[in-house]
Write a protein that binds this ligand. Structure first.
Ligand SMILES: [Zn+2]
Length: 251
């Protein structure tokens, strides 16, 4: 009888391991800690439904604490790209410009004097946007503001002329709010084609972030197609750790 229990326990252990390997990206070796990371967030708010682009406040604060405990050097995207020594640098980014970045993300970041980079779509509809006053306050605390088209435009389904205007005008609109050069861009929905990269370059942006999930040394990435780690609301601590170390948690 004890032998049967032994084999049963072993079988369960094997099944659990196989289940984890099928579900999680454990087989991929961890990326070197020295390679910089660009993390993508959207909305951080008090909620019982942390999922997708909305993350609850305790989860976000735990992630920032974890990064700080593990030696992250928090920087903006432009600071990362200008760094002589980018080892261990982590750039926190927020797309769209939710007002909750001010109310709920800033307190968690401020404890570590950690700046973030926000990609504003100045005329995006359907969200509570950061106000110019909030933007100025965050900017005074070291945050960077990039552009994300004017109306959160799906570039591949937009006529070339209109796409160019969305990209170029968003740079001007962000500069009008911040009164500083707008250097960074984020492709809405992570969707773009090679011609949009050229439009972003022509508009004068120095960098652009995508939704491609990867961790790579800076010399191996195109500055106008920077990969990011997607931080989603339903992520548990194990999935966060997998994403941070491997680039993604799903197989
Ligand atoms: Zn967006």
């Amino acid at each position: 009888m004890p032998e049967l229990l032994y084999w049963l326990a072993l079988l369960i252990a094997v099944l659990v391991t196989l289940g984890l390997l099928a579900r999680y990206n454990l087989w991929r070796p961890p990326r070197p800690k020295a390679w910089p990371r660009v993390l993508m967030y959207h909305s951080v708010r008090p909620t019982n439904a942390s999922a997708g682009i909305v993350m609850d406040v305790p989860r976000f604060a735990w992630q920032i604490d974890w990064l700080a405990r593990h030696g992250a050097r928090f920087v903006t995207v432009s600071q990362l790209l200008a760094a002589d020594d980018p080892r261990g640098m982590v750039a926190i980014t927020f797309d769209d410009g939710y007002a909750d970045n001010y109310w709920h993300a800033w307190p968690a970041l401020r404890r570590y004097a950690a700046p973030a980079t926000v990609y504003l779509a100045p005329e995006i509809e359907g969200i509570e946007r950061l106000t110019p006053a909030m933007i100025h306050e965050l900017q005074a605390d070291g945050w960077e503001f990039g552009a994300h088209t004017v109306r959160h435009c799906h570039l591949p389904s937009t006529a070339p002329g209109a796409a160019r205007d969305e990209i170029t005008d968003s740079r001007r609109a962000v500069e009008a709010i911040t009164d500083r050069p707008c250097r960074s861009f984020s492709y809405p929905f992570g969707k773009y084609r090679p011609e949009h990269v050229e439009m972003v370059r022509a508009a004068g942006f120095e960098s652009a972030v995508t939704t491609r999930k990867a961790i790579a040394p800076l010399e191996r990435v195109d500055r106008l197609e920077l990969p990011r780690l997607s931080m989603v609301g339903q992520m548990n601590r194990f999935e966060f750790w997998l994403t941070y170390t491997r680039g993604r948690y799903r197989v």
